[in-house]
Design a protein around this ligand. Sequence first.
Ligand SMILES: N[C@@H](CCC(=O)N[C@@H](CS)C(=O)NCC(=O)O)C(=O)O
Length: 217
Amino acid sequence: MDELTLYFDRAACSLGVRIALEKTGADYNDVRIAIRKGEAQGEDYLRINPAGRVPALRIPGEERALTELVAIHAWLDNKFPQAELLPGGMGKFRALELLSSMATGLHANGFGPFFRPGRFSPEADHQPVLSKHAVTNIAEGFRLLEAKVPDNGFMFGAEPGSADYMIYVYARWGAFTGLDMKAEFPRLMSLADRVEALPQTRAALEKENLPSIHEQG
Ligand SMILES: N[C@@H](CCC(=O)N[C@@H](CS)C(=O)NCC(=O)O)C(=O)O
């Protein structure tokens, strides 16, 4: 086995890694882990990522798959510098700062309890409260991003990178929260449109058979 393998689920956060992989031009395999069917918590997948989360990236020659979004984006950037997934100089650390804050704020404190309230309390009557409060955290995460989105181009200049790809994924998820994304976060949604128009994004959407951000059901 001499190709990378991406463990993913459709439209999950792994989509941001897939867009980055498409940009690298590397050959890779993919293996779908159907989260809703419980496969991320199944014995077979736990052997690959004991944390039971996608994405995971199997790297030829590495005993253990690489996990965690920020680490995977950083590894891909290091391996495929021509893809410009992270900017150069101090910009690299600003992009890692943004990726980490999205992973812990928007994702872990927002979409985590929104999609999986049962993980935060086993009590059935707590769960609607948790989901509702999670939307407050999600909105706060999007507000922080909205303030940073430039008028044109991408988060770190004229070229898109990993931060843009992850923002695109979270912007897609925004549609499920009841937030009026276009009205409340117009700059963010324009950035999402610019990311969706990229060939690497179109290729990733095609591979996961996903509709446009504007056509999600
Ligand atoms: N800290 C992880 C979080 C990844 C994560 O939450 N993945 C979700 C999909 S977006 C997942 O695999 N969930 C599986 C489950 O909830 O069973 C990272 O940054 O990679």
